[in-house]
Ligand binder design. Structure first.
Ligand SMILES: NC(=O)c1ccc[n+]([C@@H]2O[C@H](COP(=O)([O-])OP(=O)(O)OC[C@H]3O[C@@H](n4cnc5c(N)ncnc54)[C@H](O)[C@@H]3O)[C@@H](O)[C@H]2O)c1
Length: 327
């Protein structure tokens, strides 16, 4: 029940109060003081381990796993074996062999596994889907200030993976080439990274992610024939610039009279609300979740390839300490 697990508990409780068919039964943390505090706050029970939860409450049907990444496999596997469907926070696991183990247990026990790629449920992302045509060039920035959380993984698995998942979903093409540079700054792992992906389709995507910035930025911009789309995840805003002889009629004229700009309507919903509602729907309907284990595996595989490319680049150019940067 760390910082993000508390958010999951809050939203499950809100959904319960809003009449969704769900009841928040309890929270688990080996740090029992934390579990107790969150349980008191949201009126549920506290447990020190998954074993304690599932042996006392065989009626548990679904759970979110928001432990540190290295704990995702042991925690989720124990829940799956006990017959519980799981939403596992991103990044899905520490490596692909762990994903294979998760997939095996989930199949054996016929359980639903959703991966917590939260930005898929950002209303700005949802509002962008209908305007996607043939994106050819992405420019993505995700900058945040330093906090001593999620330091068990580097910035690519911690932050950039959100955008990798979105761009993979938007570009709909296999990755042909990865070029990457990154530096450790404060954590002993890579804290800032810049990546260029080329897709089989010819589409190019540039990503910058930092967890040692002085500002907070979460923006994705892309270009497609006759259009430029600017998506701000944080403000939940989408602007579409369209070129045409009747550009102005496509929206409010922008600086150039041939380019019209439209601010598209974005629903107002907390992404975590939408994510957990969607997970509970998949649990009830026994359907494949919107962000499946396969999607989580694809984003993790690409993130790990980028981590390898960063290390190779650092070694090649003789960056001090890169050979010892831990994955
Ligand atoms: N989707 C998002 O936008 C988003 C945002 C933040 C964090 N996360 C993810 O959520 C996860 C947790 O991140 P956080 O920032 O809350 O970290 P945190 O350090 O605040 O919390 C982790 C908690 O897990 C507990 N824990 C450790 N081992 C456990 C176990 N075996 N069983 C149960 N609990 C255990 C710890 O005691 C701690 O309270 C990470 O995977 C992170 O990547 C996702």
């Amino acid at each position: 029940m760390g910082v993000f697990g508390r958010n999951h508990a809050r939203v499950y409780k809100e959904l319960e109060q809003q009449g969704e068919p769900v009841r928040l039964l309890g929270v688990v943390d080996p740090d029992t003081a934390r579990a107790d505090a969150v349980a008191r706050e949201f009126g549920c029970k506290a447990f020190g381990s998954v074993a304690q939860l599932v042996t006392t409450h065989s009626e548990v049907q679904a759970a979110s796993v928001a432990a540190p990444t290295v704990q995702h496999l042991p925690v989720a596997a124990e829940l799956l074996r006990a017959g519980v469907d799981v939403l596992i926070e991103k990044p899905l696991a520490a490596d692909l062999s762990e994903v294979e183990q998760l997939a095996k247990v989930a199949t054996e026990h016929k359980r639903v596994v959703q991966v917590g790629h939260l930005e898929r449920f950002n209303p700005a992302v949802q509002a962008t889907l209908p305007v996607l045509t043939q994106p050819m060039f992405f420019e993505v920035h995700r900058l945040s200030v330093f906090t001593p959380r999620s330091l068990d993984v580097d910035v690519v698995l911690d932050l950039m993976i959100h955008d990798l998942d979105i761009v993979l979903a938007f570009a709909k093409s296999p990755v042909r080439e990865v070029r990457a540079v990154g530096l450790p700054v404060l954590s002993g792992k890579v804290d800032i990274a810049n990546v260029r992906l080329e897709f089989e389709s010819g589409c190019i995507a540039n990503f910058t992610a930092s967890r040692v910035s002085t500002e907070r930025v979460r923006k994705l911009r892309f270009f497609q024939p006759r259009q430029y789309v600017s998506l701000d995840y944080g403000r939940q805003e989408v602007l579409v610039f369209t070129v045409g002889s009747d550009g102005a009629s496509a929206g409010t004229p922008s600086v150039n009279p041939q380019i019209g700009v439209n601010k598209i309507a974005v629903a107002s919903e907390e992404p975590l609300h939408a994510e957990l509602k969607s997970f509970l729907r998949a649990v009830r309907q026994r359907s494949t979740p919107v962000v499946s284990l396969e999607d989580g595996k694809r984003a993790l595989g690409l993130a790990l390839e980028i981590v390898g490319a960063i290390r190779a680049h650092g070694t090649k150019v003789g960056l001090a300490g890169m050979a010892t940067v831990r994955q």
